[in-house]
Design a protein around this ligand. Structure first.
Ligand code: ZN
Length: 287
């Protein structure tokens, strides 16, 4: 028996994540063979804050140093999933966690990242202004890209759904087209190298990013899995780079924000840390 569940009374900024036999849909119309085995949960994503700055709740939920170390350890050594080879799964979990938590990448960017985006000579990820999405099983745009195209059509009178879909994948805004240098961290160089050598590109859907983050968080007793999500990880990266002395305009560039407001928040947050600033000024690396 087939049930079609259509949910149309929820606010636009709410997405529905549906699980069936571990097959996740990311759309508001969900077709499932039996209602018994469907779980639906509502997840609210702060869309605008991805374009400009990060929402306040993400700032409050930034994992602390011990918590982040615990997440890294869990991703590398503890997570498991019966459907996948353990090493592959852990590699994907580490990749998702650290691309967001240390390089501040957006979920949609991590999912569409492929070997073509990476310059291994320069240790750079170059996020393009357009890269045709072929992630769906039929070789066309993935569910996430279709959803973004639909949303663009709804918000603009000039752009049709077909046109918006042709433009996918594209960054959230023009500033999203940027270069992320990761050569400052040897672990990241190795991780990105190993991940792309093994997979060539991120092999799953946008929804899988949140699932992996939750799986990692569930292995850490010291964190509440509800508080660990892409925006909080991106905020973790921003806070740490600001704390290490990155300045407002460079932060804005690195995170692909369209204005400096978002970056200011993090610099302000880090400015209370006088010890870090002294260490930076005097170039001292000890505690
Ligand atoms: Zn896509």
């Amino acid at each position: 028996m087939l049930f079609k569940i259509t949910i149309d009374t929820i606010p636009r900024k709410t997405e529905i994540e549906a699980v069936f036999d571990d097959h996740w849909c990311f759309q508001s119309d969900v077709m499932v063979p039996t209602l018994m085995s469907l779980r639906v949960k509502l997840i609210t994503y702060p869309y605008e804050s991805e374009c400009m700055s990060l929402g306040n709740s993400a700032k409050e939920d930034i994992p602390g140093p011990r918590e982040y170390r615990c997440l890294k350890r869990a991703a590398a050594e503890e997570v498991d999933n019966q459907r996948y080879d353990t090493d592959d799964f852990r590699l994907q979990c580490q990749f998702v966690l650290r691309m967001m938590g240390e390089l501040g990448m957006r979920g949609g960017e991590v999912v569409h990242l492929s070997e073509d985006w990476v310059n291994f000579e320069q240790n750079e990820i170059v996020i393009p202004s357009h890269d045709p999405c072929t992630k769906a099983d039929d070789g066309g745009p993935c569910g996430y890209c279709k959803k973004r195209a639909r949303s663009k059509e709804e918000h603009s009178e000039e752009i049709s759904y077909e046109r918006a879909l042709r433009d996918r994948w594209e960054p959230k805004n023009e500033a999203g087209n940027r270069t992320i240098w990761f050569g400052w961290n040897d672990e990241l160089v190795e991780l990105i190298d190993e991940f792309l050598y093994r997979f060539n590109e991120y092999p799953h859907s946008r929804a899988s990013v949140n699932r992996r983050i939750t799986t990692i968080a569930e292995e850490c007793d010291m964190v509440d899995p509800e508080d660990v999500y892409p925006h909080a990880l991106r905020a973790h990266a921003a806070k740490n780079l600001a704390k290490d002395g990155m300045r407002v305009f460079q932060l804005k560039e690195f995170f692909g924000w369209s204005d400096v407001g978002g970056a200011m928040d993090y610099v302000e947050m880090a400015s209370g840390d006088v010890k870090s600033e002294l260490k930076r000024v005097y170039n001292i690396d000890r505690f």
